[in-house]
Design a protein around this ligand. Structure first.
Ligand SMILES: [Mn+2]
Length: 340
């Protein structure tokens, strides 16, 4: 499946980048392979053009992505090391963010210092936090596909290994390893170019997906033996309590991918995780198989996302959040089934 290319002026983006004196690259909190891979690929372009830049993220690099950083260029924000540097920057390029506030501390620094901003993303954006230049392609399988286009347009050399490792990681992770319905011809074209350049794609897969800690697998065991079903198994949901985390000594990033796993159950159309963050809020993570739009549910909860992958942060203790979220999800699925 291919999609109509939207008209993006990548030449104009390049002009803004090359005329900046100091550039900050960032992505959303709890970053994923798409945001991080996009940053790496763009960083390589900036290195090649001798730009003064830094990658500063609000969250640390997750352990399964440390292979993206052999040169130690990914930094985690702290005011002491970065405030002064950001003050003297004049451009921020933000990848894959969905909502600008998800850059948290980095968002605050960028807005306080009134940096010029470029947004490169494939999520729908709320209107409230605007960028100076927003480039959004809702049909792009990954933000990494857009960075690939940027490089194809502006980098007049073959893409180097680090660029391709970054972009391949972005595409592989955002398409569920080339399985989800967003996988298009461009994703495979990127895979071809990556393989042609001798990048070890199998090791990228292993570093990300076959690198589970024992504590993560133990936590998954709890989850799998405590799945709840609603609507005759169309909706499957599970909770992550702090007690489960304490018992297994798992961390919050260990839950990544759990909701996808629960979606893989036969007849399940919507999978849902409710994660007690112990700060008076719960993180809700939603995955759909195709029949229902899970971002409808996420939007009702004050979050957002794609049709088949979405999320929200909901205030309240976990018992109340579960009641509300399950009720809203059931209503949304029922409303959508009567309209299709
Ligand atoms: Mn993405």
């Amino acid at each position: 499946m291919s999609h109509q290319e939207i008209n993006i002026d990548w030449g104009k983006v390049d002009e803004i980048i090359l005329s900046a004196n100091r550039i900050l690259l960032s992505t959303h909190e709890n970053p994923d392979g798409d945001g991080l891979g996009s940053e790496l690929a763009m960083a390589q372009y900036l290195i090649d053009n001798e730009c003064d830049f830094k990658i500063i993220n609000t969250s640390p690099l997750p352990h399964e992505y440390t292979f993206l950083d052999p040169d130690g260029i990914f930094e985690t924000y702290n005011a002491k090391d970065h405030s002064e540097w950001i003050k003297n920057a004049d451009l921020a390029i933000i990848f894959d963010v969905g909502d600008f506030v998800r850059c948290r501390d980095v968002f605050n620094e960028i807005t306080a210092n009134k940096l010029n901003t470029i947004n490169i993303d494939h999520h729908p954006h709320p209107e409230n936090h605007s960028f100076a230049l927003s480039i959004v392609d809702l049909k792009a399988a990954a933000t990494g596909c857009m960075v690939f286009d940027f490089l194809k347009h502006n980098y007049n050399k073959p893409l180097n290994n680090q660029m391709l490792r970054g972009i391949y990681t972005a595409v592989m992770t955002d398409t569920g390893c080339f399985r989800h319905s967003n996988t298009d011809q461009k994703c495979h074209l990127i895979a071809m170019e990556t393989l042609k350049n001798g990048v070890d794609t199998a090791s990228i897969y292993q570093r990300i997906y076959e690198n589970s800690t024992k504590t993560r697998v133990e936590l998954l065991g709890y989850v799998l033996s405590n799945i709840h079903y609603e609507l005759d198994g169309v909706l499957a949901w599970f909770q992550i309590t702090q007690e489960m985390l304490n018992t297994t000594k798992a961390t919050k990033s260990d839950v990544d991918g759990f909701t996808d796993f629960v979606r893989s159950i036969k007849n399940v159309q919507v999978a849902l995780m409710i994660f007690d963050q112990l700060d008076g809020t719960c993180r809700v993570n939603l995955r759909g198989k195709g029949k229902y739009s899970v971002n409808r549910i996420a939007n009702t909860l004050g979050g957002g996302g794609h049709r088949l992958a979405a999320g929200a942060i909901v205030e309240g203790n976990i018992e109340n959040v579960i009641k509300d979220v399950i009720k809203i999800s059931i209503e949304s699925i029922q409303t959508e089934s009567t309209s299709i």
